[in-house]
Design a protein around this ligand. Structure first.
Ligand code: SAM
Length: 395
């Protein structure tokens, strides 16, 4: 692939590479892949998310559903409103908390839709690991709050408050949490980490993986020699913490991934790691460290088990198209656009196509939700009564 870099970009990537190399040297010549991924994405001032790369949208490296269209956030409001209304009816604050809000577009589309529906939200808070993105979010959301003359309070928090009552959202956040890589050789699983050879970052096999860390699919199926996949202990630990801190309400996230039987399928020989640079998908995770986004697919079964360990009511997984259609995205599109006017309706129908088509985001992307103490808020109702979540549970 032919990518032209400015001298500043090339220098930035070389500096981060040197820092990773020195970390590898100080650890005896090998670091786990999760440490490498943490450095390339989040090393202060140098990682992809910590430094100033443009990242999201058409001028960046990748596009997400909220970047494509405000219809995505508007449809999500259909799921949120019954929960928010019951909080309000009980005299409790109506609050949404979003993890990893990117450029802030999901927040502004939700705030805009709630305003249209005349719902007064008390707070929309954000937990964002990237200082650069947090600053962009503050600018964009601040503008929207002013334009709407909204009374909603918006704060950037460093951690999830204990006993949170309300709604927790995350779009494409779990795929950005560092994972480990493992490789199958001679009948055993080994950590697959990062070393430096001839001044190039490269894969290197480490010690054997303890059996109790391996998902049962990896112990019970047979795999080809050299099969590579990922383990997601940091993402699972994150999910457990979020479930623990939710006192009552709803957690809703969207991301690409599969349940374990598809994720650890013997034919998925090379795992799911992928880098993105200027809308190119790149399979080499060592390509231009710090200038590429690096992601992994989500393994939903273990995410669900991590949440279930924290006394939640129930979990739900469906594909993004089924979720959005059940949440009424079609009707919302007709509300905001006029299909008899092709000029204004074409962009709307193009974004609907991207969000819903099986060949684009409709099938690979999933909606995953759980509730906790929902019956305290919506007596007699379960997660599967909420708009968006009334279809087939894929877990
Ligand atoms: C792929 S981007 C998605 C951004 C946005 N949600 C969207 O859909 O456009 C991942 C986002 O998650 C943030 N992030 C990753 N890990 C996080 C964590 N543990 N807590 C909060 N934010 C996190 C990143 O900084 C970034 O904003």
């Amino acid at each position: 692939m032919d990518i032209t870099l400015t001298s500043l970009e090339a220098e930035h990537s070389e500096l981060l590479k040197a820092k990773i190399a020195s970390q590898i040297a100080s650890q005896g010549g090998w670091i786990p892949f999760s440490r490498y991924m943490e450095m390339v994405l989040y090393e202060p001032g140098m990682g992809y998310y910590s430094a100033g790369a443009h990242k999201l949208g058409s001028g960046g490296d990748f596009t997400t559903a909220p970047e494509l269209s405000p219809l995505f956030g508007a449809a999500i409001c259909s799921t949120l409103i019954p929960v928010l209304e019951s909080l309000k009816a009980q005299g409790q604050p109506t609050q949404i908390l979003e993890f990893g809000a990117g450029s802030g577009k999901l927040a502004t589309s939700i705030l805009g839709r709630l305003h249209e529906l005349d719902f007064q939200l008390d707070s929309y808070d954000i937990i964002e690991i990237s200082p650069d993105l947090a600053q962009r979010q503050q600018e964009r959301i601040g503008r929207t709050i002013n334009e709407l003359q909204s009374q909603t309070q918006c704060l950037w928090l460093s951690e999830l408050p204990k006993d949170f009552k309300g709604i927790i959202l995350a779009n494409e956040v779990i795929d950005a949490i560092p994972c480990d890589a493992i490789i199958y050789q001679n009948g055993f699983w080994y950590w697959y980490g990062v070393a430096l050879e001839n001044n190039q970052l490269t894969w290197k096999v480490g010690s054997p993986v303890a059996q109790d860390l391996l998902p049962h699919n990896l112990l019970n199926e047979s795999f080809s020699e050299g099969y590579v996949t990922e383990l997601h202990n940091p993402a699972n630990a994150w999910m457990k913490q979020v479930a623990k801190h939710l006192h009552s309400g709803l957690f809703l996230t969207f991301d690409y991934g599969f349940p374990e039987n598809e994720y650890y399928h013997p034919q998925r020989l090379e795992g799911t790691l992928m880098a993105h640079h200027r809308h190119h998908a790149i399979q080499d995770p060592f390509y231009l460290p710090g200038l590429c986004d690096l992601t992994t697919h989500v393994e939903w079964s273990q995410i669900a088990r991590s949440a279930l360990a924290e006394n939640i009511d129930d979990v739900f997984l469906t594909n993004q198209a089924a979720y959005l259609l059940d949440a009424g995205i079609g009707d919302i599109a007709l509300e905001i656009g006029d299909p008899s006017n092709p000029e204004t309706f074409l962009p709307i129908s193009n974004s609907l196509q991207k969000l819903l088509s099986e060949a684009e985001m409709g099938e690979l992307f999933k909606a995953f939700a759980f509730s906790k103490n929902l019956s305290q808020l919506l007596p007699g109702q379960t997660l599967e009564d909420l708009p968006g979540l009334r279809g087939r549970n894929r877990l």
